[in-house]
Design a protein. Structure first.
Length: 216
């Protein structure tokens, strides 16, 4: 690959991950001021392959993502991502409508909530090599330095709160959850700042995992 092509690929990845491309619309839940769970839509945050990391970065990552002990089969939800929330779950989160949101990095669904002030989505990252390990590798080369990278888990599954820019105080939080060592989904939210976006993102991620485990 010549130098010009490498520059074009790197630039494309940086623009995408910056949230300017409509790529990763991800499911998330929030807790409103009155305590009722709602859903919202997060700003897109495409995850580049590790080879798109900054040129000055170390050649090899030094840490690895935790292994997924009980991988989940998500093939059903790749074909119909909007079914990642059951009808009952959608009613609990006050979902009013939904639509498919396929993109370069995977497949997803966007939900509108209530009167429309809030919307969210889920994306399965089928085109990100090495799953959550790629996200950890990007952390090793400084990709998240101006945002956040906070490992956690959701119902026993490895997860990471991660984004290039930290807008959590404004109601924007992103949560990446591994379903196998090769794949993860992103649960994220943009919601009024009075809501707890990260708690909401985790609430909905838990609901998605429950759906997948039960094969509903």
């Amino acid at each position: 690959m010549n130098a010009q092509k490498q520059h074009e690929n790197s630039t494309r990845a940086r623009v995408a991950i910056g949230g300017t491309a409509v790529v990763l619309m991800v499911l998330a839940g929030a807790v409103t001021a009155c305590g009722a769970p709602v859903l919202d839509r997060a700003a897109p945050t495409p995850i580049p392959a590790l080879d798109s990391a900054p040129a000055e970065a170390p050649a090899q990552p030094v840490s690895a993502a935790p292994k997924v002990q009980q991988p989940l089969d998500v093939s059903k939800y790749l074909a119909d991502p909007c079914s990642s929330l059951t009808a009952t779950q959608q009613a609990e989160f006050n979902v009013s409508s939904s639509r498919i949101n396929d993109h370069d990095f995977g497949v997803g669904c966007i939900w509108n909530v209530g009167s429309g002030r809030t919307n969210s989505g889920v994306s399965y990252l089928i085109n990100v090599p090495n799953g959550l390990g790629n996200v950890y590798g990007l952390n090793d080369v400084g990709w998240w330095d101006h945002g956040y990278f906070e490992p956690t888990e959701v119902d026993g599954y490895p997860a990471v709160y991660a984004a290039m820019v930290d807008f959590r105080a404004k109601g924007d939080c992103k949560l990446l959850v591994a379903v196998s060592d090769q794949m993860f989904f992103e649960s994220s939210m943009v919601t009024p700042a009075t809501n707890n976006a990260c708690a909401g993102a985790k609430n909905v991620a838990e609901a998605i995992l429950q759906t997948i485990k039960e094969g509903a």
